[in-house]
Design a protein around this ligand. Structure first.
Ligand SMILES: NC(=O)c1ccc[n+]([C@@H]2O[C@H](COP(=O)([O-])OP(=O)(O)OC[C@H]3O[C@@H](n4cnc5c(N)ncnc54)[C@H](O)[C@@H]3O)[C@@H](O)[C@H]2O)c1
Length: 279
């Protein structure tokens, strides 16, 4: 090899080295900045966004109300999307279509995690229309201390895919403080409604009923309920609830997501109680 060719070879090697280094850096940089996307930046979405940012994940927040979007503008391509978190209202008529549109729009998503409270069966229905894994994970907590609550409660996650990629499982587990898994998405969807908000409504109903009876009979509600205090203390199964009208945007609206006659009593009793306050 002539000295010129050797030099030329070394130069190529050098250029190749630089080129390789740059490519590695780019690949590394790209791998280092995977993005979680939060769709619906309301009370839940903003809290999930803040939680993930606290844990050093890069996040983009998308909302129909542009003032709520974070690190996002309409024509911006989302770099290295990894997980899509759904925090829209589950009562939206076009809920499934909105999600499917976004799944199709974002290239390279690893999985979708639905946090919204939904009609049981919704997650499976979305999954049937998409190749990207769709999981369900209900939210617990109250708005004024949401971030604290989301960290305090175990975040249940569910998938209907028994062969779900363990890497996805592991990655999602890194995003929350405490995780537990449920075996089907419908179990978790029903858990949110039946064991959380509806159960709460059912317990309040009993306080409403007993309050209405006390008023009719001229009896002091709190004095009567003193009788349950020790049973509650010893057995834990006679909680005294406050007899107020059930308002807010959880208990009563969530009843519309299920279709069970037995549970319609909850809104009926609530209406009865509300009317009794007017008269
Ligand atoms: N807030 C709570 O206390 C709470 C607790 C547990 C579960 N949940 C459930 O979580 C879900 C979200 O609740 P939330 O309180 O955050 O609701 P929210 O109304 O505060 O937020 C929903 C957000 O979605 C946005 N949005 C609506 N349509 C959109 C679209 N097409 N594209 C993008 N964004 C759109 C709205 O502008 C809004 O900012 C609901 O299913 C709710 O039942 C709420």
């Amino acid at each position: 090899m002539t000295p010129v060719r050797v030099w030329a070879g070394l130069l190529c090697l050098k250029i190749d080295d630089i080129w390789y280094t740059n490519i590695t850096q780019i690949v590394f940089l790209k791998l280092g900045t995977m993005t979680d996307i939060i769709l619906g930046m309301g009370e839940v979405g903003e809290t999930i966004f803040n939680l993930l940012v606290e844990k050093n994940f890069d996040c983009v927040g998308i909302d129909i109300d542009v003032s709520k979007c974070k690190n996002y503008s309409e024509n911006r391509v989302i770099e290295n999307p990894e997980y899509l978190h759904i925090c829209l209202s589950g009562e939206l008529g076009e809920f499934t279509d909105i999600i499917l549109n976004w799944i199709n729009k974002i290239d390279g998503l690893q999985a979708v995690l639905v946090h919204s409270t939904v009609k049981p069966g919704t997650t499976k229905h979305i999954q049937e229309k998409s190749k990207t894994p769709v999981l369900y994970s209900p939210v617990r907590g109250v708005h004024k201390r949401f971030l604290e609550d989301i960290k305090k409660y175990t975040k249940f996650i569910s998938s209907d895919d028994k062969q779900l990629d363990p890497k996805i499982k592991k990655n999602l587990e890194k995003r929350f403080e405490k995780i537990d898994w449920m075996s089907t998405t419908k179990t978790a969807e029903l858990a949110k409604i039946l064991v959380d908000t509806t159960y709460y409504g059912w317990l309040i109903n009993y306080a409403q009923i007993t309050k209405m009876i006390c008023e009719k009979e001229g009896i002091d509600f709190d004095e009567m309920w003193k009788f349950s205090d020790e049973i509650q203390e010893f057995l834990g199964n006679r909680p005294k609830m406050f007899p107020g009208v059930i308002g807010g945007h959880c208990v009563i609206p969530n009843l519309d997501l299920i279709d069970y006659e037995e549970l319609k009593t909850i809104s009926n009793v609530n209406e009865l109680f509300k009317n009794s306050k007017k008269s």
